[in-house]
Design a protein around this ligand. Sequence first.
Ligand SMILES: NC(=O)c1ccc[n+]([C@@H]2O[C@H](COP(=O)([O-])OP(=O)(O)OC[C@H]3O[C@@H](n4cnc5c(N)ncnc54)[C@H](OP(=O)(O)O)[C@@H]3O)[C@@H](O)[C@H]2O)c1
Length: 332
Amino acid sequence: MTSLPETMTAIGFDAPGGPDVLKPQTRPVPKPGAGEILVAVAAAGINRPDVLQRLGGYNPPPGASDIPGLEFAGTVVALGDGVRRWQLGDQVCGLVAGGGYAQYAVVHESNALPVPAGLTLTEAAAIPETFFTVWTNVFQRGGLKAGESFMVHGGTSGIGTTAIQLAKAFGATVLATAGSDDKCAACRELGADHAINYRNEDFVAAAKAATGGRGVNVILDMVGGDYINRNYEAAADSGRIVQIAFLNGPKSEVNFSRLMLKRLVHTGSTLRPRTIAEKAAIAAELETKVWPLLAEGRCKPVIHQTFPLAQAAESHRLMESNAHIGKIVLTV
Ligand SMILES: NC(=O)c1ccc[n+]([C@@H]2O[C@H](COP(=O)([O-])OP(=O)(O)OC[C@H]3O[C@@H](n4cnc5c(N)ncnc54)[C@H](OP(=O)(O)O)[C@@H]3O)[C@@H](O)[C@H]2O)c1
């Protein structure tokens, strides 16, 4: 086995702030603990929560690396005690609570998955955060079933592009909202049956029209604010609304009578602080139910642009511009 270096380049920041606080730093190569693998990172996905972390609003949970980055792909180069599933040289993608923007990262063996057949390491790095999030929120919490209708706000976000494809692949009628006609066209290309430009169309009226007046069975929302009340209006009887973020703020005046009269379920979750075991359970379902679809090309990570690791600041600037469609990835 080739010996590993003591130090590596990672992206960190000394104090919260704009994209330029992200700088290459020299850090110790992490050591895999019991049940963990060390991966030589080839690529790391960027996610909106990384931007919130850089701004000082989403600190890593206790015990997690302070290096940003929730997902990566690469080659296994060291094994912690008791690792059973992986061997040196395996190519994996991993979900972590931090540490992805680096040359090396550790992940619990149960929170890593094989690089899906036919995908590059760069593509694989763009999978874990959105696929875990969509699976647990849309299918496990929201209980989306074939034949139902599904609406995702932010249809061209990393989350949205994954949600459209998975909901479609599992037999739902898919609605997506987005902020421009170009973004709406991208949603349709990914499989959305209806794409609603929320800047010039009322999504509640459009959702009712698209569902024959019945409303939508499952809504995945990252916007919050006044969308909460409007989601209640757009939902069908016994609809499920799953909250994964509040880009327009977590507070709102809501008419709860709709929740009661329509028997709605309004729930939500965040992935990052969940336990290794909970993430492993999501990984196991993904591997059985979704990895075959990735290998068959029936869904895929949508990559907008890649940047070298040292240009992490540029990648965050692009994300904050909201000009992207799909994922932004750092190559290492
Ligand atoms: N709960 C969880 O476990 C979890 C996990 C991962 C991500 N998330 C959340 O899911 C959301 C999407 O993440 P992502 O990485 O996929 O994001 P992303 O690719 O950066 O996309 C965000 C998109 O949201 C839309 N948007 C709508 N209202 C917005 C507003 N007020 N400010 C900024 N953008 C707005 C924008 O598209 P338009 O031009 O169409 O408006 C923007 O492109 C984020 O809020 C993130 O924090 C939650």
